[in-house]
Design a binder for this molecule. Structure first.
Ligand code: AMP
Length: 422
């Protein structure tokens, strides 16, 4: 094999790709049930959409972007995340001038130049949902419920919702200064000291034990919240409780991107080791102005579909076997029978059955092996004898029963049998 995918690119091929599809569908369906509308937006954007002025301090933006100059000299970046692009599209297409909030979802690849490891890739896949145009804490709870219900519909259990608030323009500066005072007195490396000046909240998120130990007594934002932020946070907590969504207060939780304020959250999976974040979100009330739009509060989340696939596998040892395989497999035996099998299979497909057939004039043995591999419950055989008699032979691959059924009645026969076994 001469070519390999570039390092760190996450890809899916059968059978595992079926789990990926399941994960994506679970989130899309959950968002649809909450009346979010689908959008598809640019995979590459003007670099300045992500790099907004000096002081931009997140690692994602400073170190991890795939940025390049296009042939025409434009500065382009492959999206490292969805929120900025989705908000850009909402503004560009004037969706915010209609009914608010604008509720949209999307999915696809995102790109970050990270050190590849299990659960961390350079091209990875996110599902993203955003509710733009309201400060109402109800919608904070709604976004969390949409994500939570999707994880649960995938039968995931071993995850925790971590909840925090980051305050707002009123209270965060006071807290930031208090935190900086505290951090400047610690014995930290040069990089971390620099971070104290740019984004001190990120220091709280540092996972290194020696940093953790020193920041154990750091002041927390919850003790500095202004009235408005405190009321907002309390309401979100109460709403989650009333929805039966368990959460843990996480006073150190800070998000990787800078534009978050008030509600922030993360979903953490217990079995995924170092890359345990399976999704996260929060409020970004200042982002619209930052990218040249009107004042437009918003909240949303993005989940890592790659890690959700890993979580499904680690929790239930699931393989793609349990996901939709074939239900019926057609076996033509001899010249002139292929078209009959294809017609029957096509009829079944049109009725919603997952059906396949043997191609390339295989012998009975090879075709039956293919039928077994397909996962189908029934094999449908048509040979010269059946063709002459106007019948098809239907083999139940589970209990090895077989019977001949008139060709004209075969599709209905199979449909009713499959209906019974569902
Ligand atoms: P973020 O935009 O950093 O908040 O990421 C949201 C979610 O995307 C995370 O919780 C992860 O599940 C996933 N994610 C972020 N970065 C990566 C990556 N490099 N590889 C795989 N998944 C990622």
């Amino acid at each position: 094999m001469s070519f390999q995918a570039p390092k760190g690119v996450s890809e899916y091929v059968p059978p595992r790709s079926a789990l990926f599809e399941q994960a994506l569908n679970a989130f899309a369906q959950s968002a649809r049930r909450a009346c979010y509308a689908p959008v598809e937006t640019a995979v590459f954007e003007d670099t300045s959409l992500f790099v907004r002025g000096v002081g931009e301090s997140s690692d994602v933006v400073r170190k991890e972007m795939y940025s390049f100059e296009s042939r025409g000299g434009d500065k382009i970046t492959l999206r490292p995340e969805f929120t900025a692009g989705v908000l850009r599209a909402v503004l560009q297409y004037n969706l915010h001038k209609g009914a608010l909030p604008v509720k949209v979802f999307t999915s696809g690849p995102a790109f970050r130049y990270e050190r590849p490891q299990a659960g961390r890739y350079r091209q990875f896949y996110q599902f993203d949902a955003e509710a733009i145009g309201t400060e109402d804490p109800l919608v904070d709870a709604e976004t969390i419920a949409v994500a939570y219900d999707a994880y649960r519909s995938l039968r995931l259990e071993r995850f925790t919702l971590l909840l925090n608030t980051l305050g707002d323009g009123n209270c965060r500066p006071v807290y930031r200064a208090a935190l900086q005072d505290f951090l400047r007195k610690l014995d930290l490396d040069a990089d971390t000291r620099a971070r104290i000046e740019i984004n001190p909240l990120r220091v709280l998120d540092d996972k290194r034990p020696e940093v953790r130990a020193q920041t154990a007594a750091a002041p927390y934002i919850v003790d500095y919240l202004c009235e408005g932020c405190k009321a907002h946070h309390d309401t979100v907590r109460e709403l989650l409780t009333s929805l039966g969504i368990p959460f843990q207060d996480a006073p150190r939780l800070v998000r990787g991107l800078d534009y978050y304020m008030r509600t922030t959250y993360e979903f953490d999976h217990a079995l995924l080791g170092a890359q345990s974040g399976i999704g996260g979100g929060g409020r970004y009330d200042g982002l619209s102005e930052d990218i040249g739009g009107p004042s437009l509060p918003g909240i949303g989340f993005a989940v890592g579909l790659d890690r959700i696939v890993l979580a499904i596998e680690s929790e239930r040892g699931a393989t793609a076997k349990e996901t939709a395989g074939c239900q019926v497999f057609g076996v033509p035996l001899g010249d002139g029978t292929q078209a009959d099998v294809l017609s029957l299979i096509t009829k079944l497909r049109r009725a919603g059955v997952r059906a396949d057939m043997a191609f390339g004039s295989r012998g009975l043995k090879g075709a039956m092996k293919a039928a077994d591999r397909s996962g189908a419950r029934y094999a449908v055989l048509i040979g010269a004898a059946e063709k002459n008699a106007g019948t098809v032979r239907i083999k139940d691959l589970k209990d090895a029963d077989q019977q001949d059924v008139p060709a004209t009645a075969a599709a209905d026969w199979l449909l009713s049998k499959l209906g019974e076994t569902q």
